[in-house]
Structure formats: C-alpha cells, structure tokens
Ligand binder design. Structure first.
Ligand code: ADP
Ligand code: MG
Length: 253
C-alpha cells in the first residue's frame, strides 16, 4: 500500500543506527532496577520501586495498570522528560543518565515521538504546519519540510485535511495530526500516554488500528499507556504495573 512505500522511501525510512543487537532484533530500551521517588516536603512517594524491562525494535507494547501505579512516571523517564532516582536506563544502548540537558533535548527531538491524551496541537496553526514543527531545527529547507509533512499526513490518512486548523478537525483527526507530528523525524520510538483517553469508542478503535498498522507495515516501535484492557489488546505485548512494580509481562521472545 501507499503508506508502506512512503515510510520506507529514502526520505522517511527509520534510521537504524545505534543500539545493541540482541540476536536478530535491536534493543531499543533497557531499564535496570529503576526507582523513582517524589519528595513533597516530608512526604516521599515511591512511584517506581525497581523496574526491569527490555523493549526491542518493532515491538508494540501496552503499559497498563490502575491510576497511580506509575505508568506516566515510567513514560516520562523513558521519554527523557524526567530522571530516575536510582537505576539505569539505556536508549539504543546509550546510558541516558550520563547525558546533558542539551543531549536530552536532542534525543527527545530525534529519537522519540510523543503522542498525548490531549493531542497538544498549536491551535492557530494548520495541520501540516503542526507536523512540520519538530523539523524546525533539522536544517531542512521549508520546501523539504512541507513535502515531508504532507507525506506523513498521507501515511496517517489525513492528506486532504492538511490545511485545516485543529478546531476544524474531529478529535480523531487531531490525534492523527499528532501521530504524524510524532513520526515526522523518523524516531526510534513512539511514546503515547493514554492517546485514546479523550476519544469515543469508535474513534479509539480507528486510532488503535492506525497504531497497529504503523507497527505491522512500517515496523515502528510503539509504547502506549492505557488503563483500558480493550485498548491494550491492540498491542502485541502487555505490561501491567501495580504500586510502582511490574506485576505481569506477556513478552513472547
Ligand atoms: P499513573 O500514570 O499510573 O496514574 P503516575 O506515574 O502519574 O501514575 O503516578 C505514580 C505515583 O506517583 C502516584 O502516587 C502519584 O500521585 C505520584 N506522583 C506522580 N507525579 C508526581 C509528582 N510530580 N510529585 C509527587 N508525586 C507524584
Ligand atoms: Mg498517568
């Protein structure tokens, strides 16, 4: 199909540099004995209490668990938005804790695509301009940025809405724009925290089918938080958190 050709064309194919090779598949995430403690005055909250997990390229993982179990905390650490209190996190073989804030910003921009519950689009800015934003610092000409953004909008099935403003789009369409924005820099990894949390059931299914299709046909690695079992079923692997610990993980390999 057209989307396959687009992502695997020289312009859009994911870069496969970096990472440690574990047999036939590359390791994207390795987390060892990770702890996160939030301090609020005299009170300490142990949000993560010793997490060990490895995620390989092209996996599609759902992170599940009740509210307060530590799902967003682990996503913030994996996304280089927050640092662990203790333990190690390797992204494509690189020890992230050793990096400076500038290097973090670079990783966030190049290696990770974020998708949020509330879409987080700029409101006075068209769909295609929203998708172009992550490319602003990449040294592309504006013409190249526009072409790439349009290609990725086509990949998520939104080519004909490229010049609409977010408020002229449905919630599902806005989330597609956000997914296109997350993909545009060919990240190693897509992180999505409750991406269907603001969507009705039918639209949630469409968005999950889009993630599934991106994973199946393009091999994009996806880690997605949800507290809904029906949504988690779209992933190939389900990891369940409880009270800051992983209590189950049905990894196949
Ligand atoms: P989930 O996303 O699974 O609902 P979180 O990772 O947001 O859970 O939160 C895990 C625990 O850490 C909760 O007890 C929460 O109240 C606490 N927590 C999260 N963020 C902070 C923060 N910035 N400061 C203090 N406590 C926090
Ligand atoms: Mg959360």
């Amino acid at each position: 199909m057209a989307s396959e050709r687009l992502y695997h064309s020289s312009r859009l194919a994911p870069s496969h540099d970096g990472g440690s090779d574990t047999g036939h598949k590359t390791e994207i995430i390795r987390i060892c004995d990770l702890h996160k403690t939030y301090k609020m005055g005299d009170i300490e909250v142990n949000a993560l209490r010793g997490i060990n997990v490895t995620i390989l390229r092209s996996e599609f993982v759902a992170v599940m668990g009740a509210s307060g179990s530590g799902k967003s905390t682990i996503m913030n650490i994996v996304g280089c938005l927050d640092r662990p209190t203790r333990g190690a996190y390797f992204l494509e073989g690189q020890d992230v804790s050793a990096l400076s804030s500038d290097e973090w910003a670079h990783i966030r921009n190049r290696k990770i695509g974020f998708v949020f519950q509330g879409f987080n689009l700029l409101h006075r800015t068209s769909a295609v301009e929203n998708v172009e934003l992550p490319m602003m610092y990449n040294g592309f000409l504006s013409k190249e940025r526009r072409q790439r953004a349009l290609e990725v909008l086509q990949l998520v099935g939104l080519a004909e809405r490229a010049h609409h403003l977010p408020n002229q789009l449905s919630g599902g369409q806005q989330q597609r724009v956000a997914i296109a924005r997350a993909l545009v820099n060919r990240p190693s990894l897509i992180l999505a925290d409750e991406p269907t949390g603001n969507l009705d059931t039918k639209t949630s299914v469409e968005i999950m089918e889009l993630f599934q299709n991106l994973n199946d046909t393009e091999g994009i690695t996806i880690v997605l938080v949800t507290h809904e079992p029906d949504i988690a079923e779209y992933a190939k692997r389900q990891i369940v958190f409880r009270d800051g610990l992983i209590i189950s993980d049905n990894r196949e390999n």
